[in-house]
Design a protein around this ligand. Structure first.
Ligand SMILES: NC(=O)c1ccc[n+]([C@@H]2O[C@H](COP(=O)([O-])OP(=O)(O)OC[C@H]3O[C@@H](n4cnc5c(N)ncnc54)[C@H](OP(=O)(O)O)[C@@H]3O)[C@@H](O)[C@H]2O)c1
Length: 338
């Protein structure tokens, strides 16, 4: 089945309904395997790749840049990266959303990605200690300098995005055209406000962790240790410990019979569901290996009848979350806006 091309918000750009996430590249996935996954993704009709400066402190960007340099398909790829995460353990200015850091990191990302422009430059997290006009003006300058085509956000609250749209209007800068939130069948919080807000303002929505980092693949079973080498086997990460709570098994066990009845894997059911949600542009997949990419791609063929969607809603309600997939900075704004 040909991959659907969908409007990227109100921009006029068309992106594939699956985005290839590169978080594992340069981490658990070596360079050769990363290049092979990029090649297969582009051959399968994907034209959208997402990475971030902070993924393995630049190694993910380097792998994506190398893959696109080798296959010569940079021009037809809509390439997204992000800034905000700490790029140094000691220097407090090597992170965040200040003009200084954003402009410096953009140049670093361009170098690592072996490209002259970034199609979508995203702020990885909101920061209540940094004025939104500081961030928007820096991003606007990057667009005007020809280094960036569009700007987006990640894991913002709906109110923060609406504020950013109105501040951009007030300042006459470019605005965010896309939000990248966590969204999966363990965490449906964005249905409450973010999704309706994005539809009202014509923002693209590109969900991260559509398989909840693998929790929705069926390989984590109640009472068993996480499989060796799997993401959640790393119990030193407190975030992972919080997500791997008992309530996720109720959802997994509720969905598994549905997947069996439809003759698909649990991961295809879970990803297919996000792919089909109204208001979603492109879920971002995060394969560690080629067989996971192949399994993920079959999800685009999964469709849901209305009664099946109701069945899903009985397992996990609209807007419900059983695993915290963001702990963003939603504290009181500590800054004077101007
Ligand atoms: N904006 C943000 O803050 C943010 C945060 C996270 C991710 N992202 C973006 O979103 C992308 C996707 O995130 P994600 O990696 O968390 O997505 P995901 O699809 O929820 O999880 C992917 C992980 O699940 C496991 N998996 C995938 N398919 C499988 C299969 N068929 N069978 C068994 N296990 C399977 C693999 O982990 P193991 O095999 O290692 O267990 C894989 O790395 C990232 O690459 C990145 O671009 C953004």
């Amino acid at each position: 089945m040909a991959l659907e091309m969908r409007p990227f918000g109100r921009t006029g750009v068309k992106v594939s309904s699956i985005c290839l996430g590169a978080m594992m590249f340069g981490a658990k996935t070596n360079l050769e395997d990363s290049c092979a996954i990029v090649d297969k993704a582009l051959d399968s009709g994907i034209n959208f790749i997402d990475t971030a400066n902070v993924y393995s402190r630049g190694r993910s960007e380097e792998a994506v840049g190398e893959a696109l340099a080798r296959n010569g398909k940079r021009n037809r790829t809509f390439l997204a990266t992000k800034v905000h995460g700490a790029m140094d353990d000691d220097d407090p200015n090597m992170q965040g959303t200040s003009r200084r850091h954003i402009i410096q990191q953009c140049d670093e990302s361009l170098r690592r990605l072996k490209t002259d422009w970034i199609d979508l430059y995203q702020i990885h997290r909101p920061r209540s200690d940094t004025a939104i006009d500081e961030t928007l003006r820096a991003l606007d300058d990057l667009i005007r300098a020809g280094k960036v085509r569009y700007i987006g956000s990640s894991t913002y609250a709906a109110y923060q995005l609406v504020e950013s749209i109105f501040i951009a209007k007030e300042l006459g800068t470019h605005r965010y055209v896309c939000e990248q939130p966590p969204y999966n069948l363990l965490d449906r919080r964005i249905e409450r406000e973010l999704l309706p807000m994005a539809q009202s303002y014509g923002m693209a929505i590109i969900p991260w962790s559509p398989l909840a980092g693998g929790l929705l693949t069926g390989k984590y079973q109640r009472g068993d240790e996480p499989p060796e080498g799997s993401r959640f086997a790393d119990q030193t990460n407190p975030l992972y410990r919080r997500r791997l709570n008992d309530r996720i098994y109720d959802v997994v066990e509720g969905l598994q019979p549905m997947a069996e009845a439809k003759g698909v894997t649990l991961s295809q059911l879970a990803l297919g569901w996000v792919h089909q949600q109204t208001g979603v542009t492109s879920p971002i997949i995060g394969p560690r290996a080629m067989e996971q990419f192949d399994d993920n791609m079959k999800a685009v063929e999964v469709s849901f009848e209305d009664d099946e969607l109701r069945q899903v809603n009985r397992v996990i309600r609209r807007g419900e979350s059983v695993a915290p997939f963001y702990e963003a900075d939603f504290g009181p704004a500590q800054y004077a806006r101007r």
